[in-house]
Structures are given as C-alpha cells and as structure tokens.
Ligand binder design. Structure first.
Ligand code: BTN
Length: 240
C-alpha cells in the first residue's frame, strides 16, 4: 500500500477518513512527523511531538462482515510487537486489548476507528503510535511510559522501523483476513504480559477481579472469577 509522509497533521487517523472522503481507495497509509491533535483511546490525548516518534495510520476495507473485526486490534498489537522484537526490544509484552508494555510502561498505543456497516462492507483505520525517540522533558502524560530509545540506550532509525512495521502488518493482516484471528490466538497469549496473573477489569465504574487465563478465539478476555471462566469484550485491565 502507498504511504504518504506528512510534516504535520491534526491526527493521521482523522486524515485517513478525510482522504477517503476525497476518493482515496484503501489500502493506504499515512505517517506524520507530528500530530497537533493526536487521539488516544477513550477520548484521551496522544502526545505527538515533532520528529521523534511514529504516528502511523493504515486504512483498509474489510469485507466479511463483523467477523474480521474480532480480534483485529489484538492482531495489530502482535504485528507491532514482532517489529519491536526484531529491532532488539526483547521484554516487550501485550496488554489486552492492544497496548504494548516494556516493564509495565507503555511504549505503543493502537486506536482503531470504523466507518460503514460492520455487518457488510466497512472501512477501518488502524492508528499506531510508537514512542521511539520521545524526549522526556515537558510532556504531560497520564500514565507510565517508556520509549525505544530509553530501552535500547540509543537513537532509533525511524525509517527502518517503519519499513519493518509495514512488513509485519502486511504479514499479520494477511493471516487475520485469510484464516481468522483464531490462528493468532496462541501467539498472542504467549506474549500476554499478564497471562495467569490476577488483574482488575474496569468497566464503567464496575471492577471485576480475576485470574487472566487468556483470550478466546474472538479475542475476548477470559477471566477466572469464582472458579468460573467469564468472557469480556471491553474494559481496562490493570494488575491487581
Ligand atoms: C491509545 O490510547 O493507547 C491509542 C493511541 C493511538 C495513537 C495513534 S498515533 C497515530 C494515530 N493517530 C491518532 O490520532 N492516534 C493514533
């Protein structure tokens, strides 16, 4: 897919929808040196300083109804994880549904947005933010974070990283769309940061505590609560 590199944009996700409206045909990708209104999940802001990190959005069209949506964010997490491992980040893990953590600090976030009818043909923008050479000064981030530079002790070449990321995304999206998320389920669990740990799941203001036994073939979280496995499609997980 073609990749457009921009100097500055409000949000690469928003720009993808805008280009779609102008007639661009998926798949296509956008990356930018900075974002002036980077979006995180749950209406949060995503810190997006100039020239330091990767802000990348890929627009794809999914065809087989909502089925392909299941587990998509987990598949993307896995694709990014493999990319980071390839450049030498060894102790990176996946936090359900789609954060990447190194020593419990966030290094990558993923924001997937939809347009169209999930029961039919719809467009999905896959937004990926990776803290690459993030400066540590004067940033107001509301959670523990790290960067690839901090972890490896050297500046990281973002061009090389982007190439690897593209390869990895193509590979994992292929498996996801051709064979389904269930073929990636085991690989996801092997890289689950909190596999078999006791966690809290926050949904609205309700907290469920249980042992994270893994995920099911749709990507839903499986918690062992009172000797019974329960499946959850949404929520925020934290270590108890
Ligand atoms: C999260 O809250 O963890 C998701 C963060 C997603 C950030 C990326 S950066 C590229 C794309 N454009 C955005 O505005 N957000 C996503």
């Amino acid at each position: 897919w073609p990749i457009t590199v921009l100097p500055s944009i409000n949000s690469t996700n928003t720009e993808c929808f805008y280009l779609l409206q102008l007639g661009a045909r998926p798949p296509f990708a956008i990356t930018s040196e900075q974002q002036t209104a980077g979006k995180g999940r749950r209406g949060r802001e995503w810190a997006s300083p100039f020239g330091r990190n990767i802000y990348y959005s890929l627009m794809v069209t999914l065809k087989n109804g909502s089925q392909q949506l299941e587990g998509l964010s987990l598949t993307i997490g896995l694709a990014v994880l493999k990319t980071l491992k390839k450049i030498g980040i060894n102790d990176v893990g996946l936090k359900w549904p789609n954060d990447l953590l190194v020593n419990n600090k966030k290094v990558c976030g993923i924001l997937i947005e939809l347009q169209g009818d999930p029961a039919d043909l719809y467009n999905v923008v896959i937004g990926i933010g990776i803290n690459v050479n993030m400066p540590s000064l004067s940033l107001n981030i509301d959670q523990p974070w790290t960067s690839l530079q901090q972890e490896l002790g050297q500046l990281i070449d973002r061009n090389n990283l982007l190439i690897e990321l593209n390869h990895s995304l193509a590979h994992y999206l292929d498996i996801h769309t051709q064979q389904g998320f269930e073929y990636l389920k085991n690989e996801w669990e092997e890289n689950n940061v909190w596999q078999n740990k006791t966690v809290n799941l926050l949904q609205g203001n309700q907290v469920t505590t249980g042992v994270m036994t893994g995920i099911d073939k749709t990507g839903a979280l499986k918690l062992l609560v009172n000797n019974e496995i329960q499946h959850f499609n949404a929520g925020e997980v934290s270590l108890r």
